[in-house]
Design a protein around this ligand. Structure first.
Ligand code: ATP
Length: 240
């Protein structure tokens, strides 16, 4: 059984505030340093460390090599007997799941294009560093007060090998992410819309948007580079 640190207990110089998540791989805490700066601590689960020692360190290793404001910084690592993990910069803001589910925020076209453009920049940095995130979903993107986006949770991120781990997976997630944003301002007409339709029929998209989203998913052709994606988004954004 893994130790669960309680509020007030310490890991190195950090005091635990509370647990903010617990998955298969680890326990995630919100904590603070002696100057009350918040941090996130990820404690790796013992059985995962034993079973998959190569998998549990991907997030730590990948974040160590990424030094951009679009990703949380890896601050340090810790190891006390069997308990080990790492400490990440805390990103203040709301994730997209909170915005949509809790605050029922409806995104405008302009906002969707701005978000798409930021996500493309984020993916460009990742792929330039030979990294594919593989989990660009609503709970894993935080919007800061200044509207900048930060991508978190690198637990599934891997180095691109073009066999099992290819960059197209992030293109697919980008499309799925944007489709979720379009749905925030979609109101089904319950009397008429009895048939289940796919998103590309249901959403009110122009033909450029539809082609863009489908191509990102590899349904209708496919993108070969992030530059191509960026160019198409520019064309679509200039149409509104
Ligand atoms: N650097 C960070 N700054 C702020 N919040 C964070 C940060 N990293 C993670 N969180 C929050 O902590 C919680 C758990 O984090 P994360 O998703 O990385 O862990 P996980 O155990 O892999 O979760 P899951 O099983 O949902 O993938 C989430 O609510 C997430 O928003």
């Amino acid at each position: 059984m893994d130790k669960h640190y309680r509020p007030g207990e310490k890991i190195n110089e950090y005091t635990i505030i509370k647990i903010i998540g617990e998955g298969r791989y680890g326990i995630v805490y919100l904590a603070q340093d002696t100057d009350f700066n918040k941090v996130v601590i990820k404690q790796l689960k013992e059985d995962m460390l034993k079973k998959y020692p190569e998998k549990v360190f991907y997030e730590e290793n990948i974040l160590k090599n990424l030094n951009n404001p679009q990703f949380p910084k890896l601050l340090s690592t810790f190891k006390n007997n069997n308990i080990q993990g790492y400490i990440l910069e805390y990103i203040q803001g709301n994730n997209f799941e909170d915005l949509i589910v809790r605050y029922e925020y409806e995104f405008t076209r302009e906002e969707i294009y701005m978000i798409a453009s930021q996500l493309i920049s984020i993916i460009r940095i990742l792929h330039k560093n030979n990294i594919v995130h593989r989990d660009i979903r609503m709970p894993n993107v935080i919007v800061k007060k200044n509207k900048e986006l930060v991508l978190i949770d690198f637990g599934l991120a891997r180095y691109i090998d073009n066999k099992t781990h290819s960059k197209e997976m992030d293109y697919w997630y980008l499309s799925d992410f944007l489709i979720h944003l379009y749905y925030t301002s979609y109101y089904p007409d319950s009397n008429l819309d009895i048939d289940e339709k796919p998103w590309f029929e249901e959403l009110d998209l122009n033909k450029y948007e539809r082609t863009f989203l489908k191509k990102l998913m590899g349904i209708d052709g496919k993108y070969n580079s992030i530059e191509e994606i960026e160019n198409d988004l520019k064309i679509i954004s200039n149409l509104i």
